[in-house]
Unconditional design. Structure first.
Length: 166
């Protein structure tokens, strides 16, 4: 019994240096598609696809960092960005405190009037409770990350990225 192996395409038979030069001139979406064509092309695309990575301070970002540590792409990453938004005050979690000290309903109405006067569409206005629900969810997620020490994974990530320089 024999196993048929597919023939290499002309692109796959190019020397690595030339293949990398071609890849460097492609837009990212084409590189992503090309990386799915074969193992050889995937290997050639990795250094371009994962040269710069970006993660956000969020639960999804922490999960992405965990996935990064388990992957085989750490050796390709030359630039790492961890975007941290401003930490919200824990008082936001208390609705009474939010509506009396942080964003009062009257302030919300004034802001909505200002937006209306500036000719923003009515779809630009969000209800007071929609704003609170969104901000509350973000604050709860931030507190969870900090309280559980989930962001301590960053030190492990930095150790796993050999191409990073200070």
């Amino acid at each position: 019994m024999t196993i048929d192996t597919p023939e290499l395409t002309r692109l796959e038979t190019l020397p690595t240096e030339i293949l990398l030069a071609v890849i460097d001139h492609l837009p990212v979406w084409q590189i992503k598609n090309l990386s799915c064509a074969s193992k050889r092309l995937r290997q050639a695309c990795l250094s371009t696809l994962f040269r710069h990575v970006k993660f956000e301070f969020s639960q999804a970002g922490i999960e992405g960092l965990n996935d990064l540590l388990k992957s085989n792409i750490c050796g390709y990453i030359a630039s790492f960005t961890y975007e941290i938004t401003e930490l919200l005050k824990p008082e936001i979690l208390d609705f009474d405190r939010f509506k009396s000290d942080i964003l009062t309903p009257d302030n919300h109405v004034d802001q909505a009037k200002d937006l209306y006067d500036a000719r923003y569409g009515t779809d630009e206005f969000h209800s007071y409770m929609a704003i609170y629900t969104t901000v509350h969810g973000i604050c709860r997620e931030q507190r969870s990350i900090v309280d559980e020490g989930a962001d301590l994974i960053l030190s492990s990530v930095f150790c796993a990225l050999p191409l990073l320089q200070e």
